[in-house]
Design a protein around this ligand. Structure first.
Ligand SMILES: NC(=O)c1ccc[n+]([C@@H]2O[C@H](COP(=O)([O-])OP(=O)(O)OC[C@H]3O[C@@H](n4cnc5c(N)ncnc54)[C@H](OP(=O)(O)O)[C@@H]3O)[C@@H](O)[C@H]2O)c1
Length: 254
């Protein structure tokens, strides 16, 4: 049964591998047998992830990449395919958030979130997708958010990008079938650098405990099962889907 979820001999391009959810995903995929191409902007942090993987006898490479630079994204994907011969799995995990009410948000701040959390995913899916289509194999996993399902004050760019990612995921599935699947994981609240202000906010902590059946924050490894499902052969007939993993937050009103 473990073979169904195995990542042995798979080459995975994972963005935002330097910290938070991406770092845990990198470790998980490597433990399952994948060679993980760890992409992000800060090389030193990517090297720390790659070293942690190497310490556990896994395989990882550092890939310096700003996903908002589409010329660099295209050149990087081409170089990775030349070097590693293939990319079997793309995990679009990198993301940013901007916290400010709509009336105070500058256009450039809104645009930066859309560029990082939606356009970057489009560009990488297009570049890696061409190669996957030619090879007749591929798995694309977009890391979305419970804010692809719910709205929330002060994060309009993020909510817009993540709702957009649901649509992009459906269209990738539509255009890339039958051999390439595209799905999204929509996590609830998981302690990382992205949400430090919320971790310190008493009212938010009370709301989170009340609104989740699990009555707690998520942990990065709560996503491991879903990630392996959607990245491996186990997910062959799942495509276009956004899988919400939020401890029940989006099902509970109060
Ligand atoms: N934590 C949560 O509760 C939560 C909930 C729902 C969804 N998510 C989603 O999960 C993903 C990861 O979030 P996280 O909580 O792990 O955040 P995080 O700790 O802030 O990590 C974000 C990662 O994205 C990378 N990144 C940001 N901008 C980039 C760019 N332009 N090019 C390349 N890499 C970039 C960062 O690396 P560098 O800065 O070094 O480039 C970092 O590795 C995001 O898509 C986020 O929306 C998180």
């Amino acid at each position: 049964m473990a073979d169904l979820f195995s990542m042995k001999n798979r080459v995975v391009l994972l963005t935002g591998a330097s910290r938070g959810l991406g770092r845990d995903m990198a470790l998980c995929l490597a433990e399952a047998g994948a060679t993980v191409l760890c992409a992000g902007r800060v090389v030193k942090d990517l090297e720390a992830t790659a070293k942690a993987i190497a310490r556990k006898k896994g395989k990882a490479h550092v890939v310096p990449l700003d996903i908002t630079d589409d010329v660099a994204a295209s050149a990087t994907v081409a170089a990775l395919i030349r070097k590693h011969r293939r990319i079997d799995v793309l995990v679009n995990n990198a993301g940013v958030i901007h916290r400010e009410n709509i009336v105070d948000t500058a256009t450039q701040d809104f645009r930066k979130v859309i560029e990082t959390d939606l356009i970057g995913q489009f560009v990488l899916s297009r570049e890696v997708g061409r190669h996957m289509l030619a090879r007749q194999y591929g798995r694309i996993v977009n890391i979305s958010s419970v804010l692809a399902v719910l709205g929330r004050a002060s994060v309009a760019g993020y909510v817009s990008a993540k709702h957009g990612l649901t649509g992009l995921t459906k269209n990738l599935a539509t255009e890339f079938g039958p051999y390439v699947t595209a799905n999204a994981i929509a996590p609830g609240y998981i302690r990382t650098e992205l949400n430090v202000p919320l971790q310190k906010n008493k009212d938010f902590n009370a709301l989170l405990e009340q609104r989740t059946a699990a009555q707690r924050w998520g942990k990065p490894d709560d996503l491991r099962g879903a990630l392996l499902l959607l990245a491996s052969d186990a997910g062959a007939y799942i495509t276009g889907h956004t899988l919400v993993i939020d401890g029940g937050m989006s099902t509970i009103l109060a």
